[in-house]
Design a protein around this ligand. Structure first.
Ligand SMILES: Cc1ncc(COP(=O)(O)O)c(C=O)c1O
Length: 351
């Protein structure tokens, strides 16, 4: 109850909480909620989902169906349902990019591809502002605004998967805040307990909650439960995390960390000549490693070297990224920079 009250402050219209235990479950819950609502309301044609190119929403079958990362999807393709992936997206390197503020030219083409789907779609899923496992790709906040307006116009739910971006990761409590939008369903996990215990939640509107709230005989109840859904210990940790985030003004710290990480990544790029496409926002910074003919998995090689030197640098193909704890000290960031640079230099020298 206490936690739900705190979470209800994140986005004024989203005051109802449905708990689970991990990110993929939250995505499944939001998708099921959308579909179930259509059934109750007699909107039986609305059965399809739309997502974004390079989307990653988790690894259960529903979540995989709306994910666009071949590595995770391929072996299960036969069990996945059809999803339309919006492409091409107006990707940007930073909030300084003109496209961040205005993506009119891109939007026209996107609206044209969406138009035929407007009557059969139940929901659009997004990782707001920055996509994670699909390559740490930052896109225009103006695109998000336009997409939100379009979903409202056509009675389509917007599901914001903030499992990676939520709770301060992008320098705001929610990535949706960068575009001043409110989704219909908001999925949170990871940062909710600062990564300490498994917990996730789907926040939604009273108007959606009310559709399921009825006498038992009507059979309208929304059912989705896992053994550890809404675990009490995890919930109390989440409550504490929200308290500390507020007290220590972590979002402000994250904004400062962004500037530091960008500068460090740029220094590595100019000192090694091996990085391109530096991008990021808040506590996320990424860049692409120059391809190597001798070693197609250079990202893996660099990450192994970094691990040996003391930093966990998980690669996404040949994309390297930093996603440190939100209260990471300057000293640790400096060490991260040094290890990253040494790893890159040593690996390229060795191949
Ligand atoms: C944006 C996004 N959605 C969903 C998930 C899936 O969460 P989980 O691994 O907890 O199932 C992740 C996990 O990395 C994620 O980053």
């Amino acid at each position: 109850m206490n936690l739900s009250e705190q979470l209800a402050k994140l986005s004024p219209s989203l005051t109802k909480a449905f708990y689970a235990s991990d990110g993929s479950s939250a995505v499944e819950i939001a998708m099921k909620m959308s579909l179930h609502l259509r059934q109750i309301k007699g909107e039986s044609k609305r059965t399809h989902f739309i997502a974004l190119e390079n989307a990653y929403h988790g690894e259960t079958l529903g979540a995989l169906s709306v994910s666009d990362v071949g590595l995770y999807r391929k072996p299960y393709e036969s069990a996945l349902f059809n999803t339309h992936f919006i492409s091409p997206l107006p990707y940007v390197a930073s909030t300084q990019d003109p496209l961040w503020h205005d993506c009119e030219a891109h939007w026209q083409a996107i609206e044209t591809q969406l138009q035929p789907l407007r009557k059969t779609t139940t929901a659009i899923l997004i990782e707001p502002i920055i996509q994670g496992a699909g390559g740490m790709r930052l896109y225009s906040q103006d695109f998000l605004k336009r997409l939100r307006a379009w979903t409202l116009k056509h009675n389509i739910h917007l599901i914001a998967d903030e499992i990676m971006t939520g709770i301060g990761r992008t320098g705001k409590w929610l990535a949706c805040h960068h575009a001043d939008i409110e989704p219909d369903m908001l999925c949170l996990s990871k940062g909710l307990t600062s990564g300490w215990l498994p917990l996730s939640v789907v926040m939604t509107r009273p108007s959606i909650y009310d559709v399921f709230y009825a006498d038992y005989e009507t059979g309208k109840a929304f059912l989705h439960s896992h053994t550890y859904s809404g675990n009490a210990l995890a919930a109390s940790v989440a409550l504490e995390v929200l308290e500390i985030m507020t007290q220590e003004n972590i979002c402000h710290q994250v904004t400062q960390m962004e500037a530091q990480m960008r500068q460090y990544m740029q220094e590595i790029a100019s000192e090694t000549g091996k990085l391109s496409h530096i991008r990021g926002i808040g506590g996320i910074m990424a860049a692409d490693l120059m391809p190597s003919e001798n070693h197609p998995r250079i990202g893996f090689l660099v990450s192994q070297k970094a691990m040996a030197l003391g930093a966990l640098l998980r690669p996404l193909g040949n994309t390297l990224y930093w996603l440190p704890p939100l209260n990471c000290s300057n000293e640790t960031l400096t060490e991260l920079k040094q290890i990253t640079q040494q790893s890159i230099e040593r690996c390229y020298a060795a191949i």
